[in-house]
Write a new protein. Sequence first.
Length: 299
Amino acid sequence: MGEVTSGSTTLLAALAAIPGHVLWRASARVGHLAERTLPTDVDLTAYAVLHALPRGVAASQQTVADAVVVSRTTMTKVAVDLVASGLLARVRNPEDRRSYLLSRTPAADLLLARWDDDLAALDEAVLAPFDADRRVRLAHLLALLADDVLPEALPGAVRGSVSLLLVRLHAWLYREFQDLLAPLGIEPRHVGALTALTALGPVSQAELARGIGVSAASVVAIVDELEERGLVERRRVVGDRRTQEVHLTEPAPAVLAAARTRGRRGARTAFAALPDGGLEELLDLLRRFVTAEEDVSPG
C-alpha cells in the first residue's frame, strides 16, 4: 500500500473511518516498533514461518504460506533466506517434483526460544498506550477476528501475539479488499489517496503524503497510478510554477463512491465475527495505537 512514514501519528478523520486504512496503519506501526525494539536478526515473517513448521514436521512451501497468510513470492524469499541461514531444510517433494518440502532444523529450535522472548517484548511495546482493560479488549477482539478469517493452521505463537495478529490480519484484509476493488481498476491504497484528496482538497504531493501518513516516494507512485487511471491530475500552482497540486478529476467521485460501497459490504463480511459495537471498539483502540506518541504511558 505504500511505505508509512516512521513515527507518523497523523490520522485524517476521513481515513480513520475506513477499517482497512486503520488496520494498515496499525500494522505499519507494529513494523516500525519492531525495527526499533527487536534485535536485527529477528524477522516477523520468518518467525511465523518457523512456528508453522513444528519440530519433525515437513510441509510444502505453499502450505506454510497459506498457514501464515503470505504471498507465494514472499514465501519463496523467506524460505531461501532461512535455508541459507541453516534454519530450514528444503528438499524436492517426492510426490510433486515441482514443489519443495520445508522442515525446521535444530538450529531453528534454539533461535525460536530467544525470538519468543523478543516477540513478547514487541507485544509489550505495542500495548504500551493501553491500560490493562484495553489490552484485554484489544487481544480479545483480534482473537475473535483471527478465529473467523485466518487459517486454522495459523501457528499458536502467532495467535498469541497482538503484534503478529495485527500484521497477519492486515495481510488477509488487504487481499480481500484488493479483490473487491479489482473491477473498479483501483487498489486499497488508491482509495486512501482519493479519500484524503476529497477531505483536503487540491494539495501538494508533500501535503498528501502527510495526510495519508506515507513517505514522499510512496505518494509519488500512488499519484502516478491514479493519474494513469484518469482519476487525478497534477496542476501547476498559479503564481508558483515550481509547485504542483494534485486535483481530483471529474470521474473520481463516482469511482470513490463505488469503492466505498464495496468496502462497506466487504467490511460487514470481514468483521462479522465481532459483537455489536465490536468493530467501532476495535477501531477506537487501533486509532489510539496509531496516533499515540512514542513512549506513551499506559492510560
